[in-house]
Design a protein around this ligand. Structure first.
Ligand code: BGP
Length: 488
C-alpha cells in the first residue's frame, strides 16, 4: 500500500463538541449551545433560552478548553501529522460591535503553538455549525445577505492572525447538510436559519420539527456559497500558500435493485445531496441539474445577484474534503426496509452491517467514493476529513477499553483508502472523526463514543474528564508509524 510520506494522518474535532467553556473569556452563545442531550432513540431537541435545570452537553463538552495541551500531546504520541479543529466563531466575535475578542484569539494562539511544538499541522474549519446566536436572532443566520460580510470579517481576522501558524483551512463544515435531514435540522446547523416562532419557543422542540422553507434555505445557502468563495479569495491574498477547501457530508448511494427507476432515483439523489454543493465550490458555478430543480420547485433565484457568478468562479476551492461514514440504498419501493444514517435515512443494504445507530458500515464504499470524486473533479486534491465508528464502549475494571470493533472499522477503511491511492487518486490526508471521545452532533450523547482516547464524562453529567487510552490508540499509532502498511 502506497500512502505517501507526507500524507496528513490525524484526527478531526469541532469546537462545540469538545471545548466546553461556553461562556468563558468573553464567548457568547452559539447554535449548538441551545441543544439538549439526547439518546440513541430520542431525536435531539432545541431549547432557545438556556434552562438552568436542563443538560446542554456543549456547555462543558470534554473541557478541551482547559485540557488542550494534554490532548494535543496524546495526539502527538499517536504520531498525528494533522489535527482538524474548528474555531468557535462566537469566541472571536461575541456580539455585533464589530470588535474582535482578544481573549478568544489568544486561546487559539495557544492551541496552534502547542500543535507546532509537536510538529502537527492544524486544519481549521471556520464554521462547524457554530453560528453565533446573535447572528441567528438578528439576521436569521445566512438568510440575510449581510451575514456574508460578518463571516468575511471573521475569516479575515483569523486568517491575518494565524497566517504563519495555519496553512490548511475549510470554510463551512458539511455545507450540503441543509439538503438532507427532516424539517429544519440542516438549516439550523448549517445556516443558522430559524423562524421567529422557533427562536422564541419556551418548550423544547425536536430538531426535525423546526420549520423549514425551501425558498429561504436556498437563499441562505447561496449566501454561504458567496461567503465561502470570497473567503477563499481573501485567504489567498493574505497568504498565497493557504490551501482552502470545502467540506461535504458525503452519503454514498447505491440503487437497491437494478430496476432502472431505482438507478435513476439514485443518480438524482446523488446529484442533489452530494454533487450540487461540491460542483458550486469546485467548478465555480451552479450545475444545470439544480437550476432545473429550482424551476420545477418554483424556487425564485433572484437571490443570485449581479456579480455573484464572477465571485463563485473566482473563489473555487484548492481541495475537496468530505466526511464519510456509511452508504445508503435508494429505491422507489416505499415498503423497503429503512435504516438510519448521518442526518439522513435510506433503504437497508442486505450486504452490510450497521452500527448501533443504524449507520451502515461500508469500507469498499470509501474506495468507490474516492474514485467517483476523482472522476468528477480530476484536478482537485481530495481529503477524507471525517471517518469513524460511534459505539458504546465498555470500561474494564482495570480501566482498559477493548475496542476491537473500532480497530476493525478503521482497518478496513484504511485498506480500501490505500487501494484508492494505488489507483492514482490524489488523496492528501485522512483525519478520523473524534480521535478523543466528544459530544455527538446528531444525538447529543457522550455514550456514542468515537475516540482512541476515552474521556470520563457521561450523559447524566457525571465524570471527572480524565483521559485514558483505548486499545485502538496503540493500533492507530502503529498504523501511522508504518505509513498505513501495518494494519494488524
Ligand atoms: C458529522 C459532523 C460531526 C460529527 C459526525 C458524527 O456530520 O460533521 O460534527 O458529529 O458527523 O456524527 P454524530 O456525532 O451524530 O455521531
Amino acid at each position: 500500500m502506497a500512502f505517501p510520506k507526507n500524507f496528513l494522518w490525524g484526527g478531526a474535532v469541532a469546537a462545540n463538541q469538545l471545548e466546553g467553556a461556553y461562556l468563558e473569556d468573553g464567548k457568547t452563545l452559539s447554535v449548538p449551545d441551545m441543544l439538549l442531550g439526547g439518546d440513541v432513540n430520542t431525536p435531539r431537541t432545541f431549547l432557545p433560552v438556556t434552562d438552568p435545570n436542563a443538560f446542554y452537553p456543549s456547555h462543558e463538552a470534554i473541557d478541551f478548553y482547559h485540557h488542550y495541551a494534554e490532548d494535543i500531546a496524546l495526539f502527538a504520541e499517536m504520531g498525528f501529522k494533522c489535527f482538524r479543529l474548528s474555531i468557535n466563531w462566537s469566541r472571536i466575535f461575541p456580539d455585533d460591535s464589530g470588535k474582535a475578542n482578544e481573549a478568544g484569539l489568544a486561546f487559539y494562539d495557544k492551541v496552534f503553538d502547542e500543535c507546532k511544538k509537536h510538529g502537527i499541522e492544524p486544519l481549521v474549519t471556520l464554521c462547524h455549525y457554530e453560528i453565533p446566536w446573535w447572528i441567528v436572532t438578528k439576521h436569521h443566520g445566512f438568510l440575510d445577505r449581510a451575514t456574508i460580510d460578518l463571516f468575511l470579517q471573521y475569516a479575515e481576522t483569523v486568517f491575518t492572525r494565524y497566517k504563519d501558524k495555519v496553512k490548511y483551512w475549510l470554510t463551512f463544515n458539511e455545507i450540503n447538510i441543509c439538503c438532507m435531514g427532516e424539517g429544519g435540522i440542516g438549516n439550523l446547523y448549517g445556516l443558522g436559519l430559524m423562524e421567529d416562532e422557533d427562536i422564541n419557543a419556551t418548550e423544547p422542540i425536536k430538531l426535525s420539527d423546526l420549520k423549514s422553507d425551501p425558498q429561504k434555505t436556498f437563499t441562505a445557502l447561496h449566501h454561504e456559497f458567496i461567503a465561502s468563495a470570497l473567503t477563499v479569495k481573501k485567504g489567498h491574498e493574505i497568504n498565497p500558500d493557504f490551501m482552502i477547501g470545502n467540506m461535504i457530508a458525503h452519503v454514498t448511494l447505491y440503487p437497491l435493485t437494478p430496476n432502472p427507476v431505482d438507478i435513476l432515483a439514485t443518480a438524482q439523489q446523488d446529484d442533489f445531496l452530494n454533487n450540487f454543493c461540491g460542483d458550486v465550490q469546485v467548478r465555480g458555478a451552479y450545475p444545470t441539474f439544480i437550476m432545473k430543480y429550482f424551476a420545477d420547485h418554483k424556487i425564485d433565484t433572484s437571490f443570485i445577484k449581479d456579480g455573484d457568478e464572477k465571485i463563485l468562479k473566482e473563489g473555487t476551492v484548492d481541495m475537496y474534503t468530505f466526511s464519510y461514514y456509511q452508504s445508503n440504498c435508494v429505491t422507489m419501493d416505499e415498503d423497503a426496509e429503512k435504516t438510519g444514517g448521518n442526518m439522513t435515512t435510506g433503504a437497508k443494504n442486505p450486504y452490510l452491517k450497521a452500527s448501533d445507530w443504524g449507520w451502515q458500515i461500508d469500507p469498499v464504499g470509501l474506495r468507490y467514493t474516492l474514485t467517483k470524486l476523482h472522476d468528477r473533479y480530476p484536478e482537485t486534491p481530495l481529503m477524507v476529513v471525517e471517518n469513524g465508528f460511534g459505539a458504546f464502549d465498555k470500561v474494564e475494571e482495570d480501566g482498559s477499553v477493548h475496542d476491537d470493533y473500532r480497530i476493525a472499522y478503521f482497518r478496513e477503511h484504511i485498506k480500501c483508502m490505500g487501494e484508492a491511492v494505488e489507483d492514482g487518486i490524489p488523496l492528501i490526508g485522512y483525519t478520523t472523526w473524534g480521535p478523543i471521545d466528544l459530544v455527538s452532533a446528531g444525538t447529543g450523547q457522550y455514550a456514542k463514543r468515537y475516540g482512541f482516547i476515552y474521556v470520563d464524562r457521561h450523559d447524566d453529567g457525571t465524570g471527572d474528564f480524565s483521559r485514558s487510552k483505548k486499545d485502538s490508540f496503540a493500533w492507530y499509532k502503529k498504523c501511522i508509524a508504518s505509513d498505513g502498511t501495518d494494519l494488524d
